[in-house]
Design a protein around this ligand. Sequence first.
Ligand code: ADP
Length: 205
Amino acid sequence: MHDFHKIDLGEGSTMTFVQGDITRQTTDAIVNAANSTLMGGGGVDGAIHRAGGPAILEECKKIVAGQGHLPPGEAVSSTGGRLLAAFVIHTVGPIWRGGLHGESGLLANAYRNSLRLADRLGLHNVAFPAISTGAYGYPPAEAALIAIESVVDALREARNIREARFVLFDRASLDVFLQAALAVAHRRKATWRLDHITGSTGANQ
Ligand code: ADP
C-alpha cells in the first residue's frame, strides 16, 4: 500500500497524487500517454492496451480511420475495455526537443484537453500519468509544473470533474509532482492544504 496525497482546491475540487500503476485505478477514466498513430506502443500506452484488451485498439483504429492521426496536445476517448475505468482518454504529449519548440504549450494542451473531454463525458474523476516524461524525454520537474498548472485551471472550469489524480510510477516521480504542487501553490499565493494519508490508497495499487 502506498501513501495518498490530496490537495483541496476549494469549490469541491481536489487534486490527488499516488504512486502506482495507472491501469489499476478505479477512476471513471484514465489518460493514456499515446502516440499519434493510436496503435499502442511502449510505456504506459502498452500497459493500458495489455490490461484493457483488444476493444481499446479496435476503437482507436476507427478513430484514426475517421480523423487521421491525433496531433500532439489533442485528446480522444475510447472504451476502457477490461479496465476498471470505463473510459481511456488518449492524448499525445510533445516529444522533448530542447524546450524551444512549443513543448510546454503542447503539454499543457494535452492535460487541458484530456480533462475537458472527461468533463464533457460527464465523468467525476480522471487519472493522469506523467505525460511525455518517459520515452518522449520531457524533463520531469518542468513537466510536473506544467501538468499541475494546466490541471488546476481546467478543474476550475469543469462542471463534472471533481478529482484529478496523478499516478506516478515511482517514488522519485511522486516526489517531483508533490514539489511542483507546492511550487505552484507558492507562485499563485494559494492556501492549498496538502493532506498526506499514510498507508491509505483511495486507489488500487
Ligand atoms: P511518453 O511517451 O509520453 O513519454 P511513457 O509511457 O514512455 O510516455 O512514459 C510516461 C510516464 O509514465 C513515465 O514517467 C513512465 O515511468 C510512466 N509509466 C509507465 N508505465 C506506467 C504505468 N503502468 N502506470 C503509471 N505510469 C507509468
